[in-house]
Design a protein around this ligand. Structure first.
Ligand SMILES: Cc1cc2nc3c(=O)[nH]c(=O)nc-3n(C[C@H](O)[C@H](O)[C@H](O)COP(=O)(O)O)c2cc1C
Length: 186
């Protein structure tokens, strides 16, 4: 009888330990926001899949003045995007604010690579909140370029945050791939 009891106790202990491990591994113990800017929908798709994969809240960084096709013409030196990206102090206005940024521990920030870095509206975003003690993880889509200095620039605009260098993804990156990448910070 004593032996049976001992075995049962051991089994119960093992079960409790494995349960608490499962809890530690849950992807939701930190409050996560996925904020993104997308001019033509590619980054939006990745951001939506990421938010779904990690049960994060989703916020679109919408420009007060939407970008037209002419604005996005990178061949035209006078186009709005060319002019903005040529000026490191350019801060295009954002239409709305995240309701309560203080509740988030981790903020993924998505954008298309423009001229080898983050678009100026992301600079506006970085300067719009108090990111003290928050981890900011940039992610991007592009025609092929990597993240460039995006993370470094974003860190300089929000020195109290911990901004990582982040990762560029192909447009068709899967939910599973995004989850595997993001879980390190959750
Ligand atoms: C103004 C402008 C500049 C761009 N600069 C780059 C670049 O430097 N390198 C690159 O690989 N792609 C560049 N692209 C392509 C975009 O990064 C790419 O199409 C992106 O996936 C678009 O994302 P979106 O649909 O979310 O706006 C640029 C696009 C625009 C409109």
């Amino acid at each position: 009888m004593k032996r049976i009891l001992a075995v049962l106790t051991m089994m119960l202990t093992a079960l409790t330990i494995s349960n608490s491990n499962a809890k530690d591994n849950e992807m939701t113990d930190k409050k996560v926001l996925v904020a993104y800017f997308s001019a033509t929908g590619t980054t939006a798709g990745v951001a939506e899949r990421l938010a779904k994969a990690i049960s994060g809240d989703l916020f679109e960084i919408k420009p007060e003045q939407p970008y037209t096709a002419a604005d996005l013409n990178w061949r035209d030196k006078q186009s709005r995007s060319s002019v903005e990206m040529d000026d490191m102090s350019s801060r295009p206005a954002i239409a709305s604010k995240v309701e309560d940024m203080s509740r988030y521990n981790v903020v993924f920030v998505g954008f298309p690579i423009w001229w080898y870095r983050e678009p100026s509206i992301i600079d506006t975003f970085m300067e719009s909140y108090d990111f003290t003690d928050k981890t900011i993880i940039p992610f991007a889509t592009s025609g092929g370029s990597g993240m460039g200095k995006s993370g470094e620039i974003m860190q300089s605009l929000s020195p109290k945050a911990k901004v990582l260098s982040g990762k560029r993804f192909p447009a068709d990156v899967s939910e599973d791939e995004l989850k595997a990448w993001a879980k390190e910070w959750l």
